[in-house]
Every structure is written in C-alpha cells, then in structure tokens.
Design a protein around this ligand. Structure first.
Ligand SMILES: [Zn+2]
Length: 228
C-alpha cells in the first residue's frame, strides 16, 4: 500500500510538471539560438580565448566533452569542458553557454562563497542520497519513527544543495551576460537571445529545488500521519 501511495504523486505532480516544462524550454531555446549565428562569427572556443586571458583565468584549460548541453566548468581540475555544439558553432547559444561556464570559473577564481559551500557539501550529498532513503524506509516500515526522522534530516543535505545551487547558477548567468557585453562579443539582440537560453537553463534548477522540497514535504507528511 505504501509503495503506491497516491499522495506521493499528488505532492510531486507540480514539480514533475515544472521539470518537464523547464526541459522543454531549454531544448527549444537551445534549438532556436544554436541556429542563430552571432554577428561576429565567434564560436564558443573563440569567445573563451577572448574572455579567459582578459579575466586573468590563464590557468583554466579548455577541453572537449561528448554530448549536447554537457558543457561545464570543473573547479577541481580548473578545466572548462565544452561540447562540440558550443566549441565549434558560431551561434548565440554557444556564446551564452561558454560565457555562463566561464562565469563559474570566475566564481571559483574569486572565491565566491556559495560555490565554495556547494563544493564542500558534494560528498555529503553523495552519502545522503542513499543513506536518507534507506534510513527513512527502514524506519518507516519497521516502525522506528526516530530512525525515519533521521533519514529526513539526512535528506535535508540535498535540500541545502538544491537551494545553494540557485544563487550559484543565477550569478554565473549574470556574469555571463556582463562578459558578453564587456568584450563586445554579442550585440543587443544577441544578448537578448543569450538571456533566453540562460533563463531557460535556470528554470531547470528551480524545478530541481521544487522536486527536493516536495519530497521533503512528502516524507514529513507521511511521518506526521503515522503519529496520529
Ligand atoms: Zn551553471
């Protein structure tokens, strides 16, 4: 009965719909702006070669990564990994994405506190992602309510992670648009396009937070019902 709890689907539905909507928006914004060439004909790699040295990020290496929309900055190895669609296409989408990832490199370079905090809790998130449900379900099924609550507390780490991801991502996008403007890599209309791509991406992080918060709400609500 517990395994097919309709309450779970009722609680999670808004988050799932939002996640679906955000994914659609990202795909459509990327599909649109990957076809719009930027006026200076700069690929993502060209843009990185302009921005990185000018921002004092000479220690950041650029390398390729397989897949689409897989671009990321790795703070541990100081590597900016770009997908072929971003590195090699002279599109508005490529400019937006490369500038966003360099935004993360700048956060790392300047010791931006939320990025540091997010990096610091990654190991705890990895552990809590399997410890929290294990404690919760064992506690719940065998009637050890306190153990189940401990699972909920562990799950809080994931909530903090999703929460801290928001300022990190919004700040990287804000930096991205400033970089594109400062180095005159994009004109007014292209900046508008870049903003659309980045806003769609930001929505996926909001959806992830909603999903985590509602899962927490579900855990708390079924433990609360048990007590009655
Ligand atoms: Zn990001």
């Amino acid at each position: 009965m517990f395994y097919f709890d309709p309450l779970y689907f009722i609680i999670m539905l808004p988050a799932l719909l939002l996640a679906f909507f955000a994914q659609m928006k990202v795909k459509s914004a990327y599909a649109t702006y990957t076809k719009v060439a930027n006026s200076r004909g700069l690929t993502g790699l060209d843009a990185a070669r302009v921005i990185l040295p000018n921002e004092g990020l000479t220690g950041v290496q650029v390398e390729g990564t397989p897949g689409e929309l897989t671009d990321h900055y790795d703070p541990r190895s100081k590597k900016l990994r770009l997908s072929a669609g971003v590195a090699q296409q002279p599109s508005v989408a490529a400019l937006a994405i490369v500038a966003h990832e360099i935004g993360h490199a700048l956060q790392d370079h300047h010791g931006y506190a939320p990025l540091k905090l997010r990096g610091a809790i990654v190991p705890a998130v990895t552990v809590s992602s399997w410890v929290a449900p294990a404690l919760f379900f064992i506690g719940f099924l065998f009637g050890f309510t306190q153990l189940a609550w401990l699972g909920v507390i562990f799950f809080g780490v994931s909530v903090v992670f999703s929460l801290i991801t928001l300022p990190v991502e919004f700040d990287a996008s804000r930096r991205a648009l400033k970089l594109l403007e400062t180095y005159q890599l994009a004109d007014g209309r292209e900046l508008q396009g870049a903003r659309s791509v980045l806003q769609a991406a930001a929505l996926t992080y909001v959806a992830a937070l909603a999903q985590t918060l509602l899962t927490l709400l579900y855990y708390v609500s079924i433990l609360g019902r048990r007590r009655e």
